[in-house]
Design a protein around this ligand. Structure first.
Ligand code: AMP
Length: 446
């Protein structure tokens, strides 16, 4: 759960990265950083908090000089919250300097790191990304590209990367294609970003997605693509469509908004209910609730009002902060709810805490009945490929049947979108559905 952004060949490159990170803020709200280069020196600024807090100091962005820059929004899935883990990571080695920003999770970082440490390597951070830098630096191949490819062959897992050298910018997607990464164009500049919503903000044109297993380099010779890996089965993360990506992004050929809306429509077909109104849990449930309303003919309304100055519920990493989360973020619109039979649509249930609080909130605001509809299948298994889901024990659906979950949430009825229903929208093949079916495409170290 991170956002990455890179730009090559643009005056004031760091300004564009700042805007890009701002558009990708939903992908990580713990920390962010930008590293730029003017071809000689590298310039860095990182910090904890939101992008506009970190870079609002006078002259901060102007001090990040040069025409190449990369940036990263962080939400920790691996490694702790310490400053040394904030990306992009930077290192100096025999070929010069390199900076890297990573979205995803490596599944074999621990054993690779152990081996490197046994050989005398010293690590600055406990982020899994640092192993990639070590592997590049230790490779005996002569060109950077060869070294990078050799390093990538030794790692496994989910990685979308932007990597910057003094005079070039690389974009890489792992052979399984877990996380998104797109390429765009802004005048003569090349842009790479986790999501296309960041292209819209800076006025860049979307060119295409980086393919799974593809390495793209932008330098003074132009843009070149390499496919150094044997073809693997594609496993795009379906949760990007369900929750993680922004609805205005084009993700793997589909508009996220439209996919979410269709999820709501299929959900309405699969699990209709006799009710008066359909309301979303804003913001993540909005497109699906609109779909549910359109398909069912039930009136759409806003029964919960969101405070936009609070981040994503779950993005605060401790349970004590999370306990306040729902009330900090949502408040019922009593007039809308009073005496009504309400269908409330959310994108997913993870621990079940949010749904339970919402149902109670709706009832205390006067709703006569509360029917919970979830626009994804039950989350049964944790993610090891870069989405922050809790351990299996904390995932309510891993140990409870739907009826037990309904009782826990105190809803009058509860229904999830079926896995078949989800597949009927996105297709059966080319996806990682592990959080819903426990079928993990890649082994992971514990
Ligand atoms: P919970 O209380 O754990 O069931 O949280 C469910 C809520 O968290 C839903 O409203 C989702 O929109 C949101 N959510 C689902 N998955 C994630 C995630 N990986 N990170 C942050 N929030 C999430």
């Amino acid at each position: 759960m991170c956002g990455i952004f890179g730009i090559f060949n643009k005056n004031e490159a760091s300004n564009y990265v700042y805007l890009g990170l701002h558009a990708l803020q939903h992908r990580g709200q713990e920390a962010a950083g930008i590293i730029s280069t003017d071809g000689e020196r590298f310039y860095t600024h990182k910090g904890q908090g939101l992008v506009n807090e970190i870079f609002n100091g006078k002259g901060v962005i102007a001090s990040l000089k040069g025409k190449i820059a990369i940036g990263h929004n962080r939400y920790s899935t691996f490694g702790d919250k310490s400053e040394s883990n904030i990306q992009p990571l930077y290192a100096h080695y025999d070929l010069g300097s390199v900076a890297i920003a990573h979205n995803g999770n490596l599944v074999n970082a621990l054993s690779v790191k152990r081996r490197l440490v046994n050989q005398g390597a010293i690590f600055n951070s406990n982020s899994d990304t640092e192993v990639i830098i070590h592997l590049i630096a230790r490779s005996e191949k002569s060109t950077f590209l060869e070294r990078l490819v050799e390093a990538l062959r030794l790692i496994k897992g989910a990685y979308s990367l932007v990597i910057m050298r003094e005079n070039e910018l690389y974009a890489v997607r792992d052979p399984w294609g877990f996380r998104p990464l797109s390429m765009g164009k802004l005048d003569d500049a090349v842009v790479f970003a986790s999501e296309t919503c960041s292209f819209d903000l800076i006025g860049a044109e979307f060119i295409r997605d980086i393919d799974p297993g593809e390495v793209v380099v932008a330098n003074s010779d132009g843009v070149h693509s390499f496919k150094p890996f044997e073809k693997s089965n594609e496993h795009k993360c379906v949760f990007e469509h369900i929750y993680f990506s922004r609805p205005d992004s084009m993700l793997w050929g589909h508009h996220v908004y439209s996919v979410r809306k269709e999820m709501g429509m299929i959900l309405a077909k699969e699990s209709p209910v006799d009710a008066d109104i359909v309301i979303p849990v804003p913001d993540s449930g909005v497109p699906a609730a609109i779909g549910y309303s359109q398909e069912s003919g039930l009136q759409f309304d806003f029964g919960l009002i969101r405070n936009h100055y609070v981040g994503r519920t779950f993005i605060e990493p401790t349970q004590s902060i999370r306990n306040f989360g729902v009330r900090l973020k949502l408040n019922p619109a009593r007039d809308v709810l009073k005496g009504k039979r309400v269908v409330v649509v959310d994108d997913s249930i993870v621990r079940g805490t949010t749904s339970r609080r919402i149902v109670k909130m709706l009832r205390s605001a006067g709703a006569k009945e509360v029917h919970l509809r979830i626009a994804s299948p039950p989350v049964l298994s944790p993610c090891f490929y870069g989405i922050d889901t809790p351990t299996r024990k904390e995932l309510i659906a891993s140990s409870h049947e739907v009826e037990e979950i309904r009782k826990y949430t105190t809803a009058d009825s509860l229904a999830y979108l079926s896995l078949e229903g989800l597949k009927s929208i996105v297709g059966k093949d080319g996806w990682c559905f592990a959080c819903f079916d426990g079928d993990y495409p890649l082994e992971f170290e514990r």
